[in-house]
Design a protein around this ligand. Sequence first.
Ligand code: MGD
Ligand code: MGD
Ligand code: SF4
Ligand code: MO
Length: 705
Amino acid sequence: MTLTLPTTCWECSTCCGALARVDEGRVTRIDPNPAHPASRGAFCVKGIRGLSEITYGATRLRHPLRRVGERGSNQWEEISWDAALDAMADGFAAARAKHGPLALAGAVGGAFFSRGPIVALAMRAMGSPNFLINQDLCGGCRGVSDMVTGLAIQGGEDVEHANTVLMVGANPHAANPVQWGRIKAAKARGAKIVVLDPLRSEAAKIADLWLRPHPGTDAAIGLAMMHVLVAENRHDSEFIARWTRGFEQLAERVSGWTPERASGVSGVPAELILAAAQAYAAGPSAFVSGHGIDAVTNGVQTFRAFHCLVAISGNLDRLGGNRRAKRPKGFRTYFDVIHDPAFQLPAEVAQQTLGAAQFPLWAGPKGWQAACHNPTVIEAVLTGKPYPVRAMYVSGVNIAVTYPDSQRTIAALRSLDFLAVAAHSMNPTAALADIVLPKTATLEEEDVSVNAQGPCVTWTAAVADRVGEARPDVEIAAGLVERMAARGAADPKLMPWRTQREFNAHLLKDTSLSIDELARSGFAEFDHALGNFEAQVFKTPSGKVELWSQRMADAGLDPLPDWVPTGASREDDPAYPYTLQTGLREKTYHHSRFREQAWARKVSPDPLLRMHPDTARELGVADGDWVSVETPRGQGACRVKASVTDSTAPGIVVTGMGWWLPEAPGPEFGALDININAALSYAGPYDPASGSADTRGVPCRISRA
Ligand SMILES: Nc1nc2c(c(=O)[nH]1)N[C@H]1C(S)=C(S)[C@@H](COP(=O)(O)OP(=O)(O)OC[C@H]3O[C@@H](n4cnc5c(=O)[nH]c(N)nc54)[C@H](O)[C@@H]3O)O[C@H]1N2
Ligand SMILES: Nc1nc2c(c(=O)[nH]1)N[C@H]1C(S)=C(S)[C@@H](COP(=O)(O)OP(=O)(O)OC[C@H]3O[C@@H](n4cnc5c(=O)[nH]c(N)nc54)[C@H](O)[C@@H]3O)O[C@H]1N2
Ligand code: SF4
Ligand SMILES: [Mo]
């Protein structure tokens, strides 16, 4: 029987509505769903090709595997799920008995995915508060700023109704086709596009105003834009008086940040900063931000400058501005589950989350996702300090490739007493495991979440029969927790669900939504109000938007936004004369994913390093030459292919991330050769609020490979 089923692509956080054609339990075609309120027919090649190939490709893991021979020798035997889960429980129970529950840790992508709360709660059930997420490398600076100022605007950019779109460090052309479509439509109807980006990105090409700051200097521009708003009396006094705290202190702070001063810091002409401020002031204006100002050591302060700009300009929660997070009454998000008092460890245990002592706004119970500080965990694995971590469960994340200092991550994984990794296909992280668990892919999984772009509730249906013996996270976690409980080493109340359906029903149980109805359309729109500041309260200590942040002050940090130079920019070693930007997204890949897929490799066969013709000349390098990149504190080097282009400025070189090759020799599969994280350090300095290290703006040297 052939069916066409509505679902949501969850290959990236854009969450596009999809229509899956299913023949006898097998997906034979995937199309965009034009009726989906968030994506409205937008889609990308990863959804069309990647999704099916992840599911049905030759490299798909079909059965649990046990390591035979040395760790990393990549020799495996197939075992049953019972044997795999028993081995996992034995490994975890042994580490727990010897070192205590804190010696266990779980790693996931983040609490944006259902596997985030599931793995976090499975760890808590076994007594450990330690779970690692990507966010110090991803949206962590944005998240912490959003939390301490109280905006809650993640994903709520109302580009569609904006007069001005202010884009800071975002590349939606590659990273978010839904947003990119809306930006192009806004441009076509005459909205002004203002772009801050050191690179002449696709967005910069269509911009009315392109500001090209030195990497890591955007906060100065944000402060100067506020300076202009206040000086020209174009701020929203009514909103400020009623709903913000600390405007006077903020006004005093920005009074010193003239466009001329910001120009001195950023290299952007003062007239252009003034013009950007005036375009933004002529709102409604939507602020679109990306990874370009995140995952750096001054990222939280940079985001706070722009978040305060959104607030004082009156663009918060208005048509054409930045909508706050909306949800149907009673809906539980993944974040609610993480922070639900019903699923907490005792406070004295939660406070021991690795990194909470140093980064209380990030790690532990008061943090944004209550996770660990990753480099602190790696350190604990390798040194036993502040306490040992000896057993890990890694699910849906490829940390041997995607954390900086791959050498150290790999050394840490190798040194563990026990490692279990759940994955779709063998990768550099799974190759170091004792037990590899075959995971369900998106087409086999069921999820329900709020898509902020709609806003709407979006439904991911398990449209396909599972390949082989693959299982979703919740079933793996339930199997583990049950076995640990039988060994007296877990409390199943902290991870009470056994199936995805049970978990999703928990998220929906206090709403009027029914899973059957959701499954029929693939989404549900819901009533929501804008500017409902009374009813939808600001979650800050003062109950207002905190331009002056109590939480920052309590953590001993600057309560007002400011520009501070990044840690990396202070390193002044003439042996490293160039500036390295990493992480530029490509349409074909999602970080380390799809590297086994022929279509993707055909479009993008090699890791590139974009360099200006002057830089290439200086180095004696021609387009297409292989070069080697090193940074002052990185342990190794990364091989990349020079791509000579004037889209980047002289001296600034730009690469992507996530490279490894399934056909390269294991267990690293190229992770120490063509992966930029083999050339970066993860040892700090860190953003004092989010714990983020510099993944951009890093000094580097380049030689012929
Ligand atoms: N196809 C695809 N899509 C993806 C992903 C993927 O891997 N592939 N990953 C997803 C994830 S997890 C993320 S986090 C997002 C990332 O989404 P985006 O942030 O939109 O994408 P990036 O390509 O990282 O773009 C960052 C931009 O910031 C610029 N930039 C770098 N440094 C600075 C700076 O100091 N100041 C300013 N103003 N700009 C700077 C870069 O030149 C680049 O244009 O993409 C998501 N979407
Ligand atoms: N130097 C440098 N490093 C970076 C970055 C950078 O810009 N520069 N970017 C950082 C950012 S923003 C991020 S988000 C991280 C990404 O880092 P990762 O999350 O590690 O990257 P991925 O390759 O997307 O995911 C890894 C694994 O997730 C599994 N997986 C994928 N989709 C699904 C799914 O739908 N269900 C399940 N169950 N499993 C799935 C796959 O098995 C895949 O191997 O990397 C970070 N690292
Ligand atoms: S942008 Fe592509 S990969 Fe991301 S959800 Fe949409 S179709 Fe899937
Ligand atoms: Mo990310």
